[in-house]
Write a protein that binds this ligand. Sequence first.
Ligand SMILES: [Zn+2]
Length: 132
Amino acid sequence: MDWLMDLLVIRGKLLGIEWHFWKIVGWLGNLTFTSRFLVQWYATERRKQVIVPAAFWWLSLAGAFLLFCYALFYQRDSVFIFAYAFTWIPYIRNLIIHKRHLAAHHDCPGCHWPCPPPSRYCSQCGGRLPDH
Ligand SMILES: [Zn+2]
């Protein structure tokens, strides 16, 4: 395990970083914000089409909030503050649209699969959906 400590501890500091409360907030923001790409990439590869899951917008919102707090209360840098000050608007708008789209789904009477609004036939069992 000494090799691991040699790799992680640089000049007496974990990853060479001076750790304190705001560094933890900033790095949590970075990890949260970056993880959204992995979530989106995984969803896209799984369906073999571009998919942006709701988790992407939640991770964007949480990561941007943490980075905004870091920028505002610790860095106090106008460029950094401005970069994250308004990103919540499209994130929340996309979450609202996502929620409305899910609410507009109709369950298939045959297999109970939730079918998206314009569908006339169930994508799971092929059964005809009732007119709405
Ligand atoms: Zn069905």
